[in-house]
Design a protein around this ligand. Structure first.
Ligand code: ZN
Length: 401
């Protein structure tokens, strides 16, 4: 059986509904994938994540190889058993974290334009050298110099027992020029070929393998990269790297890649790395993206912000503000999360958030994941029933909580 089956398509866009078949169950797509970078969806128990409707989480090669180490996790029975998660696990290759350290201004870009804020960043490590063979870097955990090659990343992901592995890529930031982006994208392709060879030799039946499309904001580079990845022998395509300075450009850059993933290539599953705001999910689905991962829902939750159906507020309710101190209403009357379902007031959640209480972080993380799951479920159902244009418009207009 093919690893990905498409069950319905939208007539007016590239959107489709499908099922990803993994060694740890199926994932209904379009799907959002919560981050479990360090072997935990921060603050939540695996059964809580599953109860919110999630079938796959994303572990991070870079963080887990440094701490606690993939060999330890392997000895403990693999990442699923280690963290008590029975569903599917996708692992990021570590490329984004490595290169966030290397290209110093990525972090500033992220802060300034909040565009790539969704992808989990490393702490205060440092890159030593980008070589053809791989990347030399200083670990943020103990300061020691380490080396990660494309094969090494595949090996770590295999040791973790990942169901869906990603090829190591160089994640080029926005500020580098076209010539650097072109050279870097070519190296990413050579690394992908090495990952494909590794996968052929050591891959396990049922372990899915995606290459990552790079190419910065340049149409020709993105299109070439999408072609290269799709024809490389991997099962799926992930889109990564710098996607532009604002949302309109990001959608355009994704569109460049998607144009090359039509026809016979359309049967491949597609993942968009590090993107997950409401409007981005809607547009991403229309562009033909099947899965998304993003730090935003859980990160905002830990910092006292709830996601709500209000585009005018950028979908955010900052509960640390004093304005909510005496608000009796829950965040949302319709949300199935524990905070809303139990009728906990905005006043209470605001108190917890301002006091930095663990319970508040947990409740808001769960609410934000419930919110995101609801948006994606509505999109999925709308594709099935042929009503995506109306549903997308309704979502974009926002709704009363
Ligand atoms: Zn809620």
């Amino acid at each position: 059986m093919s690893a990905f089956t498409i069950e319905a398509r939208d007539a007016r866009s590239r959107a489709r509904v499908g099922t990803l078949h993994t060694a740890h169950g199926t994932v209904r797509t379009p799907a959002f994938v919560p981050l479990a970078s360090t072997a935990t969806v921060k603050g939540l128990l695996p059964e809580e994540v599953a109860a919110l409707g999630y079938e796959m989480v994303l572990g991070n090669t870079f963080h887990l190889l440094l701490r606690p180490g993939e060999e330890l996790i392997e000895r403990m029975g693999g990442l699923h058993r280690f963290m008590g998660w029975g569903g599917a696990i996708v692992t990021d290759s570590g490329g984004f974290q490595l290169f966030s350290m290397g290209h110093g201004t990525v972090a500033e870009e992220i802060k300034g334009r909040n565009r790539r804020a969704g992808r989990d960043r490393a702490g205060t490590g440092a890159i030593v050298a980008i070589e053809e063979e791989g990347v030399r870097f200083r670990a943020y955990t103990d300061g020691r110099e380490r080396f990660l090659s494309p094969e090494g990343s595949m090996q770590v992901q295999a040791a973790l027992g990942s169901d869906l592995v990603l090829a190591l890529d160089e994640c080029t930031p926005l500020h580098v020029d076209r010539s650097y982006t072109a050279r870097s994208t070519e190296r990413t392709h050579r690394w992908l070929e090495r990952c494909v060879r590794w996968q052929r030799r050591h891959g396990r039946e049922g372990r899915l393998f995606y290459g990552i499309v790079q190419g910065g904001v340049y149409e020709d580079l993105r299109r070439e990269s999408a072609q290269f990845v799709a024809d490389s022998g991997c099962e799926g395509v992930a889109i990564g790297g710098s996607l532009g300075a604002e949302k309109a450009q990001m959608y355009e850059v994704v569109e460049f890649a998607m144009r090359e993933l039509e026809g016979e290539r359309a049967i491949m599953p597609r993942h968009l790395l590090g993107i997950g705001e409401v409007d981005d999910l809607i547009r991403g689905v229309e562009l033909g993206i099947d899965t998304f991962d993003c730090a935003i829902p859980t990160r905002l939750g830990r910092h006292g912000t709830a996601l709500i159906g209000d585009p005018a507020r950028r979908w955010r309710l900052d509960l640390t503000k004093r304005a909510f101190r005496e608000e009796r209403a829950p965040i949302s009357e319709r949300c199935p999360c524990p905070a809303c379902a139990n009728g906990l007031s905005r006043a209470y959640l605001s108190h917890l958030a301002r006091a930095r209480e663990l319970t508040g972080m947990r409740l808001l993380s769960a609410h934000n994941l419930a919110f995101t799951a609801t948006v994606v479920r509505r999109l999925r159902e709308a594709i099935r029933t042929g009503s995506l244009p109306a549903e997308a418009a309704a979502l974009r207009a926002g709704w009363e909580e």
